[in-house]
Design a protein around this ligand. Structure first.
Ligand code: PRX
Length: 585
């Protein structure tokens, strides 16, 4: 992001705040030690650690028992409130269901649901039962669900009737799957459930409210999120229970969560932000959060803030750009005076958007940076520091970031290089499921390689530059080109496919595909639309290409790899760079 022409925003939000920021940056770097934070966790009797205990039971067993944990607003305007005590009771019941189904510590339980309260209940119930939970984005089509469930060997799937129907064709291919639990919220779906499935509601009615959390240790696995790389299918990044310490701490430091906040994270739990910050950070801090089931609309989002008196808001650049596009008049129709702190993550946040936030809401968006693999925020614009529009801020205490060259030597301030992290932060992922080789390839010469390029200025602020690989970031969702290419070549007309990210004003990048056709097929708009629909049904609208171009053949290296870099350079009219490995036609 360019620094030019944007003046720093002088701690505006802090001056307006009545509450003191949670982190005095300079002070915090002195003699920092995670030990003191680990001591703030409750821990299980006997010394175990379980995220569900830290997020729910510790409050339900204490003076926050009757405090609202979750305000849920459904897509049709329904409202339900759940206290920490309610969450304890319901997650205990769900844990009992899983135990009665034979689920044991370490078994994988996957959840494929819209943002319904039952998703959150199943999630924490599964953690209490000692399972490793994998939440899946409900917009996924059958293929991404099959890949993730097969790879993880999930034994239980918790889903809802319409989504069960969407993926019906791949269920017989899930050889490890033993049980499907169906949540038919408020009997929204009229069809009877399949006799081989279990009704979540019937099972919950029968289950006991008492449950003793399975003893997990800080190093035991708790959550897995699949994330995309340049090569191969998405990989399951596995996190341990101890990640909770960093999720709790960064909830205070970077999101400035305080006891009386009403917090809203707009991310879906199918992606890591929706679990680390849409579940764990607020609840480990005992903070009330809003879960809104509905999708994006500028007026409905502002209405949520007004209606629920949201004080802290964590969202993403694409959404902010869409709000900017909707215009400055829309927010004037709502009382947004409850808002006191706003954050953003997932993609580069343009300096214009930070300044726009300051103009329209009287406070800037505080950008922060992290990844599925890091498990929690690593770099942030804190309340206590000057916001430099376009910068992702400074590392959190206890985390060392650096910018290095190809030999892993640190480059001078102001120069671009690879962004790396010193391993050992508490929320660090602990493997890609079934893929030790890929995991090991992310660590070299004592650093974890993020795959991003960035630079650091002389005051220690970090600035995102780009991705060092072919992974596409569309509306904050990482998309691996290989996954899309694999789906496209399943279409009978497609011989080969190459997929790139094409710059876009709103979504940052859109997925663009180049396909060559098999003999006997003619290029036509009809065929293009058909391939596009085919990909959307298989993958999801979030991942499928938004543009498809036909080309006679794809540029490949002599070893047969598609040269996506060249496709991109040609698309953008940029120099083609080194093409010496290009195969001759
Ligand atoms: O490329 C960076 C971009 O999103 C990637 C991580 O995506 P994911 O694993 O899906 O994690 C989402 C949780 C944040 C990063 O490698 N990214 C994330 N935050 C920023 C960002 N790019 C620029 N600025 C950010 N603040």
């Amino acid at each position: 992001m360019a620094e030019a022409n944007f003046k720093p925003i002088k701690k505006t939000s802090v001056e307006k705040m009545e509450v003191k920021p949670n982190l005095d940056l300079e002070e915090s770097y002195k003699d920092f030690d995670w030990e003191s934070l680990y001591k703030q966790l409750d821990w299980l009797p006997g010394g175990g650690l379980n995220k569900a205990h830290e997020a729910i039971d510790r409050h339900a067993n204490g003076d926050k028992r009757d405090k609202i944990a979750m305000i849920w607003e459904g897509k049709n305007g329904e409202r339900e409130d759940y206290t920490f005590g309610d969450m304890q009771r319901l997650t205990n019941k769900f844990a009992n269901i899983l135990q009665s189904l034979g689920i044991q510590k370490g078994d994988r339980v996957f959840i494929f649901m819209d943002r319904l309260p039952e998703l959150y209940i199943a999630f924490f119930g599964a953690l209490k039962a000692g399972a490793v939970v994998g939440p899946l984005f409900s917009a996924f089509g059958p293929e991404p669900v099959r890949d993730r469930m097969q790879d993880s060997g999930a034994k239980v799937l918790v889903t809802q009737p319409d989504l069960r129907r969407k993926i019906a064709e791949i269920i017989p291919e899930l050889f490890d799957l033993q049980h499907i639990l169906i949540v038919n919220k408020d009997s929204r779906d009229p069809a009877p459930i399949d006799p081989q499935d279990l009704s979540y509601h019937e099972e919950m009615d029968k289950a006991s409210e008492d449950f003793t959390t399975v003893v997990t240790g800080q190093y035991d696995y708790s959550i897995m999120h699949y994330t995309s790389g340049t090569t191969g299918k998405p990989k399951g990044a596995v996190h341990r229970h101890q990640a909770v310490v960093q999720q709790m701490a960064t909830g205070r430091w970077a999101l400035d969560l305080h006891d009386d906040d009403i917090y809203w994270c707009t991310a879906d739990p199918g992606w890591v932000t929706g679990t680390s910050y849409g579940m764990l950070a607020p609840w480990t801090n005992g903070v009330t959060q809003l879960i809104y089931e509905g999708g994006f609309s500028a007026s409905r989002w502002y209405e949520q803030i007004q209606k629920h008196k949201v004080t802290v808001w964590y969202t993403a650049p694409t959404a902010i750009r869409m709000l900017m596009k909707a215009g400055e008049e829309v927010p004037t129709r709502f009382d947004l005076s409850s808002l006191r702190y706003m954050c953003s993550v997932g993609e580069p946040l343009n300096p214009e958007a930070v300044v726009w936030g300051d103009d329209v809401f009287g406070m800037p968006f505080h950008d922060n940076w992290w990844q599925t693999e890091t498990g929690a925020i690593m770099c942030a614009n804190y309340p206590s520091m000057e916001v430099r529009p376009g910068s992702m801020g400074k590392p959190i205490p206890g985390v060392q970031l650096a910018i290095v060259d190809e030999d892993f030597n640190e480059v001078p301030d102001g120069e671009d290089g690879n962004l790396v992290v010193k391993p050992g932060w508490p929320s660090m992922f602990h493997g890609y499921w079934n893929n030790a080789e890929m995991y090991n390839s992310r660590f070299r010469k004592g650093w974890y390689i993020t795959g991003d390029t960035a630079r650091k200025d002389s005051d220690g602020y970090f600035w995102f530059v780009g991705r060092a690989d072919d992974v596409i970031n569309t509306a904050g969702h990482l998309v691996g080109p290989f996954e899309v290419e694999s789906a496209l070549i399943e279409h009978p007309a497609v011989a080969e496919a190459g997929v790139i990210g094409k710059p876009d004003e709103i979504a940052m990048e859109i997925v663009k595909a180049f396909v060559s056709l098999k003999d006997g097929y003619e290029e036509s708009t009809k065929l293009r639309n058909e391939i596009m629909r085919f990909a959307r049904e298989k993958l999801s609208t979030a991942i499928a290409p938004r543009e498809i171009d036909f080309i006679p053949s794809l540029p490949k290296t002599r070893s047969g790899k598609i040269m996506r870099r060249l496709l991109k350079a040609r698309e953008l009219g940029l120099p083609e760079g080194d093409t010496s490995t290009l195969e001759d036609d």
